[in-house]
Design a protein around this ligand. Structure first.
Ligand code: FAD
Length: 401
């Protein structure tokens, strides 16, 4: 792709590379290397977030009027690819990706003034409170009750699978304000602070040993009506308007390409058991080649989405195909890494993945992240729209089945 970049895009790429060379220190790179889930350890991630914020590069999907970079789709793509190549931390940035655009489109001026600066500088960390026990793929089944009492809503119920609720300062949430009519029309979109009395966060530790997920309980949590985005009962439309965009943003083949390069290096260090390295093993090489071909197919889809957004068009259903196949290719590559390290993947040592713990670990360094990453990636075909549901949508809307 780079061979066809126009001259101004090449200049932009070089500027990004220079910035990354200057600002990505060993501590940040090490934290990024130890990332096994959707974001890097939060302390390191937030340090990187603030560095980008100071440079004015954190909100690269926002218009300049709101403090964004105003970059076009190609520049955003180049920036993403270069960050992955340079080994930058993965950010926890729901505020930038989801809430900011919602507030720009649907929020009041007071809400924009109150919340956008905190997102831009990294002081506010936003988690997403949509899913509930019994409401995931069928999100309209959500029950968290918000009862109007004067100037406040009083919330009772729970949210689940809330990534980052344990370190987030704020949550944007879908709540039920009416259960008398159509399910979608009784849903309202609210903003709340995680320190509000009555709100309790309980950890969910995943099979890899990571703590990313939580269940959040609400017991008479009072949220000002002024924190409502859109009108009462309009939350479904507010949340839905951004889902397709979020899906197409969810995959960046830069990450997968780096994972594949890492897998090749890893296979070069692992013995095949028949003399020579795993890279020389014909059966393993075949699997690598299959993964690479799959990745090329996904890259073509990604470039189609990029071309559509660059022209200002909506990518439409391709973003669902990209989300589905993009998460599957990630799983394929992380599965091969787990196969390559074999028994070195077995020791359970989550503390060794904390970049600040300097904890000793069993086995070679290159094997440390393989199994936890493999386990974490199982979730990629579930969150942001499960693959089965995406395929149903495509079958109905695109194929007309
Ligand atoms: C790692 C991770 C992070 C997450 N982070 C967040 C977060 O920050 N905030 C948040 O709100 N939520 C979050 N979620 C929740 C996520 O959005 C839900 O897990 C997802 O929507 C699926 O819902 P569910 O878990 O209830 O599974 P279900 O909807 O019960 O699905 C179970 C299985 O049934 C299949 N299925 C369901 N319906 C259909 C159908 N109609 N046709 C065919 N198959 C179907 C699904 O594909 C799946 O295989 C996260 C989930 C994970 C795994």
């Amino acid at each position: 792709m780079h061979a066809h970049l126009p001259a101004d895009a090449i200049r932009f790429r070089d500027q990004v590379r220079e910035f990354l060379r200057e600002h990505l220190d060993d501590e940040l790179r090490n934290a990024a290397r130890l990332t096994t889930g959707v974001h890097t350890e939060i302390e390191a991630g937030q340090r990187w977030y603030r560095i980008l914020a100071r440079q004015g590069w954190i909100a690269n999907t926002w218009p300049e009027a709101y403090g964004g970079t105003g970059w076009n789709a190609l520049e955003r793509y180049i920036f993403g690819i270069e960050c992955f190549k340079a080994g930058a931390p993965l950010l926890f940035n729901g505020g930038i990706r989801h809430l900011g655009p919602i507030l720009m489109a649907e929020g009041t001026e007071a809400q924009r003034e109150k919340y956008l600066p905190g997102i831009l500088c990294g002081e506010h960390i936003w988690c997403q409170g949509y899913s509930e026990p019994g409401a995931g793929s069928d999100l309209a089944a959500l029950k968290l009750k918000a009862e109007r009492q004067g100037d406040h809503y009083v919330l009772n119920g729970s949210k689940i699978w809330t990534t980052g609720a344990h370190f987030a300062t704020h949550m944007f949430a879908l709540v039920r304000t009416d259960d008398s009519g159509a399910r979608q029309s009784g849903i309202t979109f609210l903003l709340l602070e995680m320190t509000t009395p009555g709100l309790e966060v309980q950890p969910i530790i995943s099979i890899s040993g990571d703590h990313e997920l939580n269940q959040v309980f609400f017991n008479d949590v009072r949220v000002p009506v002024a924190n409502r985005v859109g009108t009462e009962g309009d939350g479904w439309r507010v949340a839905k308007s951004l889902m397709q965009h979020a899906r197409s943003n969810n995959v960046n083949t830069g990450w997968v390409r780096e994972a594949l390069a890492r897998l090749r290096r890893l296979a070069g260090q692992e013995a095949s058991g028949q003399g020579g390295s795993l890279c020389e093993d014909a059966a393993f090489r075949r699997k690598l080649a299959e993964a690479e071909i799959f990745l090329e197919r996904v890259t073509v889809l990604e470039l189609r989405v990029l071309a559509a957004t660059h022209k200002g068009d909506s990518p439409g259903a391709i973003s669902s195909v990209l989300k589905t196949l993009g998460s599957e290719v990630k799983q394929q590559i992380t599965e091969l890494a787990a196969q390559a390290v074999a028994w070195y993947g077995l020791p359970f040592q989550p503390e060794a993945l904390n970049p600040y713990a300097e904890s000793p670990f069993v086995g070679p360094a290159h094997a440390l992240t393989a199994l936890p990453t493999y386990l974490n990636e199982r979730a990629a075909t579930i969150y942001s729209g499960a693959s089965e549901v995406q395929r149903d949508v495509l079958a109905k809307r695109v194929l007309g089945l």
